[in-house]
Design a protein around this ligand. Sequence first.
Ligand code: GUN
Length: 274
Amino acid sequence: MNILDGKKVSEKVLENVKERVSSLSKKPYLNVILVGDDAPSKIYVNNKRKAAEKVGIRSNVIELPSDTDEQTLLDLIKNLNYDDEVTGIMVQLPLPEHINKNKIVEAINPGKDVDGFHPENVGKLVLGLEPYFYPATPQGILMLLDEYNIQTEGKHAVVIGRSNIVGKPMAQMLLNRNATVTVCHSFTPNLDEIIKTADIIVSAVGKKIVRCKMVKKNSVIVDVGIFRDSNGKLTGDIDFDVVSPFCDFISPVPGGVGPMTIASLMYNASKVYI
Ligand code: GUN
């Protein structure tokens, strides 16, 4: 068993981003909008701010109260779209329920949509065209696989979870790399049987789901889940100690996909289209 060391690889990616930023004539300026006081979101946003600082990307975190109305947020995004100084905009999700997430995502200029969530970027991804930005988590996962020379072509990749942030773009990006992709979700009846045939498993569910007897020898396992177990310990979708002896590669939690997501977002934030 080999560890997919996201911490180590992310440092290498961040070094490259830093070098790239230092050579740019127009310096990137990332604006992150955080609405409300969701505790994990605050931590994620702070990590993004710190990573930006590390690679020389200017950043601005705009914190708004949870009762901010949709129009106020739309007006703010419009101003950021028009501001030539601002090269990247991201709105941290989840948003409070009274705000229509899709409307917000659609309002962002696709050339500044560092999350890669705008329909124009998603559409281009699906069509195999070049989007301005690829979503950070799946892009970070592919960077991690590339670092370990893990091939996707002709492999059976099983993606568990179908969110717009991870599952769907992950499946599409693996398909674009010639994997045979199966997407599983909470309505999939025969998950065990499907996972048994997987060469690559990407689990993005947020609960313990993959057990050792499910995985094929020589499989590659990527654990996107991150949550606290009943003892308050950070853990992923995969029972690492139990499953890891049965596979070829596995990403740990923490220290796997999490740091790669941040590094991948910084890679995006270093791209300047205006
Ligand atoms: N919430 C959880 N992951 C993400 C992400 O990648 N981008 C944004 N904007 N919000 C998130």
